[in-house]
Design a protein around this ligand. Sequence first.
Ligand SMILES: [Cu+2]
Length: 125
Amino acid sequence: MENMQIIGLFLILFVLIFYIYWIRFTQKQVGAKAKEDDGVQAFDVIVKGVYSPNVISAKVGKPVRINFLRQENSECSRFVIFSDFNIRKELPENETVSIEFTPEKAGEYLFTCDMGMYQGKLIVK
Ligand SMILES: [Cu+2]
């Protein structure tokens, strides 16, 4: 009986570690490029478990438009935040929400959900 419990515990631990690993490493899509849309650097980001893509690259001084489409009803991902640009926007389910701003300085800017579980990065060069 005790052995079974220990095996069960290890199994749960293993599944948890695997789950964290899967979230962290499988969805990495580095450096998604913009599609040009009359002078605007446009990106499509799907919100479903993660931001996909979760790394996007843009050029400095040119407007950026990120079209978010949230394909889930998890409360966690309901808002997206670009803290460096003072942006916090609600993402209604299955509705495209566009966020536009112009990064005036090169750097790396995070975008996250309210609690920071969902993370994406905008790289500006
Ligand atoms: Cu969250």
